[in-house]
Design a protein around this ligand. Sequence first.
Ligand code: ADP
Ligand code: MG
Length: 554
Amino acid sequence: MDHRTAESDLITATSPVTLYGEFTLSNNRKVRCSVTLTERDLVIHRLTSAPAGRNKTVWSLKDCVGCRAYREGDKADPAAYFAAYFYPLRRRWMSSGVSRQRVEQCFRLAALQDRHANLEEAEKWARAVRERAAVQQRLRDGVLLSELSRPCRMMLLVNPQSGKGQALTLYNSHVQRMLNEAGITHTLIITERQNHARELVREADLSQWDALVIMSGDGLLYEVINGLLERSDWEEAIKTPLGILPGGSGNALAASIHYYSGASPVSSEELLLSCGFQLCKGIVSRMDLVSIHLLSSPRLFSFLSLAWGFVADVDIESEKYRHVGAARFTVGTLVRLASLRIYKGKLAYLPAKKDRSSEEGCMKVRCTSQASSPNPASALCQLSGDSSCHNTFHNSCHSNNSLKARRTESTPSRSAIKRSPGPPNSLLPPLDKPVPGDWVVVQEEDFVLMLAMYQSHLAEDLLAAPGAGLDDGIIHLFYVKAGISRAALLRLFLAMEKGAHLATNCQHLVHRKVRALRLEPSSPRGMITVDGEVVEYGPVQAEVHRGLSRLISG
Ligand code: ADP
Ligand code: MG
């Protein structure tokens, strides 16, 4: 969203005149239509004797991905054609929701004997449709959005092993056609092994590409982002627009992009059409990345999640149910619930500014209750009468001052942090030093899970952080304290399908908005995942880098 401009200026700068023509339908020459192209719509009237209302169709140019003019093989036929491709939201069959569905409108122009003149006329129409569709897309409420350069040269990386192994089939059945309709030239690269994409992107001549798009689950994008940030020219490289098409079993970022578009939830091929549509429209937004620091591995970058405990275990253990696609997480959750574990460790975080009031509130309740009652146990009893207070008390936390953290650590010494390509860290001390004084140390040390999310979805059907935004600079930190029953945990995951888990008032679930966090697991064995990929088990800390990358999303 780079510039603000008056909508009228932009419309006038392109072609303000309404185009009008009479053509026949390409697939039925007996049907004549009058076609009107306004700034916003393509309006088609069938010229038949039926009542006018039934013969009028209006297609919004906001739903149009492209338009092209062409001639058919028959040299004796002087006709030319233009076809416009729309993906409007339509009510789904047998369901209440809506999803994008493909509509092709193709017209035959044969008013003149000269085939060149007919083709010229068809090209004029195709150009006008494309231009106006682009203006409609770029303008939202008077705000001009930035978009992919055209013509666009796209590298499309497909992982043939992702999900049920169907990514290539989906590419052939949907993606190739959509990109052609949008006039996007792309080079298809089929990955051969893990880290293939990472190495490729690390070495690529990025001046050759306007966008890097992956078709897989989240794991392949994780490779691409880390490949870009391992380059010596990382600062420019990470500005390359990235795109994602769901082809895996964990399509969390694809589901998040769809959610941010405001459309009702969809899955599988409908999600693919939604993301494909947004890719063709080519609007580029900023996306937060989070740097992840581990004890002995190099720094990593993450766009989605950092998980420990229940969620990380489910993610990795459910690999063996990959053949069921996105449902693998549901199966994995049920299996893990049966053998629910407690994970021990220390958790600390730096609250996001807007969230600090809730922390202060937390401290205040603690202090007031202790002040008014010499007996902390009786304070707990008083508070537990009121469920909201009880919740606050249970989410108890210390300002780290009380843990004798050194205030001088507030500004971490950068020299102490291993410098590698990628942005410097401004919030994190070295892992072996105490956290700064303005951090909050969580009192509990027994957990069922810790989950840090920076986008809305944890999986296609798990809306873990409904309030998340693409580039808000916020990490949504969730943790579930030990003591939760299996039934309550299951209820949380079921509610998460609709993003309603926070409204369940579960007293074991805590949600904080943070900028940085540190986890020091003390259980000897366990799993930590970053964007669904296993990383070194041990102490880990993370810091958000607001809007560091670029993502093609509506
Ligand atoms: P899914 O959501 O189905 O797990 P991902 O995109 O997350 O799909 O990919 C899973 C893993 O496969 C990632 O670790 C990725 O790096 C790896 N990978 C990528 N290409 C290949 C390949 N050709 N063969 C095997 N593994 C691959
Ligand atoms: Mg975010």
